[in-house]
Design a protein around this ligand. Structure first.
Ligand SMILES: [Zn+2]
Length: 493
C-alpha cells in the first residue's frame, strides 16, 4: 500500500504563495512597445491601410497561415496528421523549418537529438541568448497548430525584423528552437528534445524502445546522428549562456474564446499526479449471490470516482484551513484544481459476472504543489475508508508526479505588454486587460524551466479543441501571435 504523508507544513508553501501573491497583485503597467514602420507606408493610403501595413499582414498573417497549412500537410499518415519523433515526416518538417529560419536571416543547425535551431547574434553575439521555441512533433490525427504555431509565429516576427534590416539591432542573441519531441507519442516519453537542451534527460532515455523495438539511440543512428552519453551531456545549454525562454502555444482550452480575446499570458503550468487505483472484491455469479453478501468492486469504484469529483470541485470542503493548509493554498486549489478518471477496466468484464477487480486511473493537476499533495493525502484517506466500509480492498499507486512551473513574473509582464500592444494595434482601439491563464497541459517550457526563467503566451483556439483535426486558430489570431512576439522582440533592442 502506498503511503501518503500530510503535506502543507513546509516552508516551500510559503515561497510558492509569495510568488503567487506577487504574480497576481500588481496592476501591470502596460508600456506599449514601439512598432516598426515599413518603407512603403503613408503614401496616400487611408488610415486603416496605413495601420495594416504597419502590422505586416503579408508576413505575420498571410505567410504564417500559409506555412502552418504547409507544415500541416507534412505527415507520416495518409489522410490525417501524424509526425512523431524522427519519423520521415519529422525530418521533412525539420528541413522546411530550417528553410524558414534561413529566410528569417537566422543561422541554422540540427542537434544530435533532432532539434532544429536558428540563431541570430544581434548586436552582442556573445551575450546571453533569448530562446523562443515549441515542438515540431504531433499526436496521431493531430491539428496543425499545436506546436507549429509557436515555431511559425516566432519565425515570422524575426522575418519582419530581417526584411527591415533590424535583426542586428537586437541587443542579445535570439535563438528559435523547434523541439523534436514534446508529445512523446513514439517512445511514450515526453520532452526528448527540450529535456536534452535543459539537461534533464537521463541517459537511460536513449535506450527506451518504440513499438517496433527501435531505441531512441537507434532512431537517431538511422538518421546518421551519433548519440552517446557524452554527446547527450554536450546538448545541455550552459545556464549562463541563456537569459530566458518564451513560448507561444494554442490555449487548448476555452477561456480566451469565452472572453473574446486572441491572446493570454500564462501564469504557470500545473503540476500533475497520476495514480492507479485497484479495487478488489469477490468475483461471483451475477444472478445467485444475494445483494447483502456481495463484495462488488464496481459500485465501490463508482463511489471512489464520485468522491474524487467532489473533492476536486469543492476542495475547500475537504481541506481544513486551520489544520493542513492556509487560506491561500485553498484559494489556489479552488482556482486551478482539476481531476479526471480517463481509463477504467474490470476483470473479467462480462455482463453476467460480479467483477473480481476494477482498475482505474486518476489524473490530478493544480498550480500549487503542496495543495496537490494535500488533495492526494485527503483523497487516499477517504478512498481507503470507502473501501473498508464496502469490504473491498483498495490499492492506490502513484505512477507519475511533476511539480508545477511558475512563469517568471518579469517576463510575463513583458509578454502581457506585448500582447496588449499587438491586440490594441490590430483592434485600433483600447482593449480590456489581457487575461492571465493557467496551463493544465504540459509544454516544452516545463523542461526549459530547469535551464532558465520561462514565459508563455496562449493563443485562442476554436472551442478550446486540440489534439484533433478540428483544432483551429483564426488567421487574425495567428497574426496577433506574430505581432505580439514582434512587439516583445522590439523591447529587446
Ligand atoms: Zn503542444
Amino acid at each position: 500500500m502506498a503511503s501518503f504523508h500530510p503535506p502543507c507544513f513546509h516552508t516551500t508553501i510559503i515561497i510558492s504563495c509569495v510568488v503567487f501573491i506577487l504574480f497576481f497583485s500588481p496592476a501591470l503597467s502596460l508600456q506599449e512597445p514601439v512598432l516598426l514602420l515599413s518603407n512603403e507606408t503613408h503614401l496616400d493610403a487611408d488610415d486603416s491601410e496605413v495601420r495594416k501595413t504597419e502590422l505586416f499582414p503579408e508576413i505575420l498573417r498571410d505567410e504564417a497561415v500559409g506555412r502552418l497549412n504547409e507544415l500541416g500537410q507534412v505527415s507520416d499518415a495518409n489522410g490525417y496528421l501524424e509526425r512523431t519523433f524522427l519519423s520521415h515526416a519529422s525530418v521533412r518538417a525539420a528541413k522546411l523549418i530550417s528553410k524558414w529560419m534561413e529566410d528569417a536571416g537566422l543561422t541554422t543547425w540540427v542537434d544530435s537529438m533532432g532539434n532544429v535551431h536558428g540563431r541570430v547574434g544581434g548586436a552582442n553575439p556573445s551575450s546571453k541568448a533569448l530562446l523562443i521555441g515549441s515542438h515540431l512533433d504531433t499526436v496521431i490525427d493531430a491539428g496543425k497548430f499545436d506546436g507549429s504555431l509557436g515555431i511559425v509565429s516566432a519565425l515570422s516576427a524575426l522575418k519582419v525584423l530581417h526584411v527591415n534590416g533590424r535583426l542586428r539591432k537586437l541587443r542579445q542573441p535570439v535563438e528559435v528552437i523547434a523541439f523534436s519531441d514534446e508529445e512523446g507519442v513514439r517512445f511514450q516519453s515526453t520532452f526528448l528534445g527540450s529535456g536534452a537542451i535543459a539537461g534533464i534527460l537521463p541517459v537511460s532515455s536513449l535506450h527506451i524502445r518504440d513499438k517496433s523495438d527501435v531505441t531512441v539511440q537507434g532512431a537517431l543512428e538511422d538518421k546518421s546522428i551519433e548519440i552517446n552519453e557524452d554527446a547527450l551531456s554536450h546538448l545541455k545549454y550552459d545556464p549562463e549562456s541563456v537569459s530566458a525562454y518564451i513560448e507561444v502555444h494554442i490555449e487548448q482550452g476555452p477561456v480566451l474564446e469565452s472572453v473574446g480575446l486572441p491572446l493570454g499570458v500564462v501564469k504557470g503550468i500545473a503540476g500533475q499526479t497520476r495514480l492507479k487505483v485497484t479495487v478488489k472484491g469477490s468475483q461471483g455469479h451475477a444472478g445467485t449471490v444475494p445483494m447483502s453478501m456481495r463484495q462488488d468492486p464496481m459500485p465501490a469504484a463508482a463511489e471512489l470516482i464520485v468522491l474524487l469529483e467532489s473533492l476536486c470541485r469543492y476542495p475547500e470542503n475537504f481541506i481544513s484551513q486551520n489544520g493542513q493548509c492556509d487560506a491561500s493554498v485553498v484559494d489556489s486549489l479552488k482556482g486551478s484544481l482539476v481531476c479526471t478518471v480517463g481509463e477504467i477496466s474490470s476483470w473479467p468484464s462480462a455482463s453476467n459476472v460480479i467483477p473480481g477487480q476494477v482498475t482505474f486511473t486518476v489524473d490530478i493537476r493544480a498550480m500549487d504543489d503542496m495543495g496537490r499533495a494535500a488533495i492526494i493525502y485527503e483523497l487516499s484517506n477517504r478512498m481507503y475508508q470507502v473501501c473498508d466500509r464496502r469490504s473491498v480492498s483498495c490499492l492506490i499507486e502513484p505512477k507519475h508526479d511533476a511539480n508545477a512551473v511558475i512563469c517568471d513574473t518579469g517576463l510575463s509582464t513583458q509578454l502581457k505588454s506585448a500582447a496588449y500592444a499587438a491586440v490594441k494595434k490590430m483592434a485600433g482601439e483600447d482593449i480590456s486587460d489581457v487575461p492571465v491563464l493557467m496551463s493544465g497541459a504540459g509544454h516544452d517550457a516545463m523542461a526549459m524551466s530547469h535551464l532558465t526563467k520561462v514565459g508563455m503566451l496562449f493563443v485562442r483556439c476554436r472551442g478550446g479543441i486540440s489534439h484533433s483535426p478540428e483544432e483551429h486558430v483564426l488567421d487574425d489570431d495567428v497574426w496577433a501571435a506574430g505581432l505580439a512576439i514582434l512587439s516583445f522582440l522590439e523591447t529587446q533592442m
